[in-house]
Design a protein. Sequence first.
Length: 302
Amino acid sequence: MSDKPTRVRRLLERVRHARHPLHGWRRWVVIVGQGMVGFVALFAAVNLVLSLSTFRGEDPLSRTVHELRVLWFSPPDGAPMSPTAFPTVYGRDLGPAPDTVAIHAFLEREAEDGVFLLDHVMVDRILKLNGRIDARSVPSGVYVGAHALGPDDMPLVPVTKFMAQYLLFPRHAYILVVPESGPAIAFSASQNAKFGIDTHPERLSAEIAPFDPNAYDFPSSGEALHEMTRITNDPARVATAVEMLKGAQARLATEGLTYGLLAPNSNTAVGCVLQGAGAITQQARSSILLALRAPGFGAECE
């Protein structure tokens, strides 16, 4: 065998013995900058793998194609949805212009299979049919929704909505209640400033509002894909869910917690509400997957 070094080995040796063009503090600034860029790139790569491998269902390729179509058609805030969006995204499953009954049956099948998407394209179709999200289209129940965090405004959103979905793995969680009658209600927690409250802008609080374009949580361009998990469809529990959430909102207001990047935050509030209602165990709430996907979800409730 030849002892001649391979091309890769020669390249590595050249890099190892290369003289850095800068010296002193400038050299270390460049090295630190390169390290930070490498760390961000590694973080994004890990998140991309997690985003493409978590909750993908039986056909992950089809799920990914669906997501990309929704992200492509999801318009910036205030812009109309393309008339070809729904037929392109859902035409194979529902036809180009399904009615409310067909959408309800489709979402019921999706909910029974586990985690499903309530996306910008579907919500736009439902609003055009009914004017609001309610049990006519979305099956009655209590759901946990999670969506990527991203801006809805130009000029960032055309790029960042893809990056937020696949490279920034952490999600914002909220609770959606779809009663038998009346509009769907969203419970979301965040900083006071996010809800337009000037007093104590950094304080953690909750908002309960109809799931409509004016609500804090709504599938829009920067957060076009909402992953939904149905917690219960028991009519008795659904009927009392909104009052239970109002109680959680009041308790959060009296606690006066300062919002934290990792905890306590919106996901912490949602996780504690679910645990307090017996919908999820403390062990499940503190699992590694939930902690990664929704930072703060498994933090202490007391």
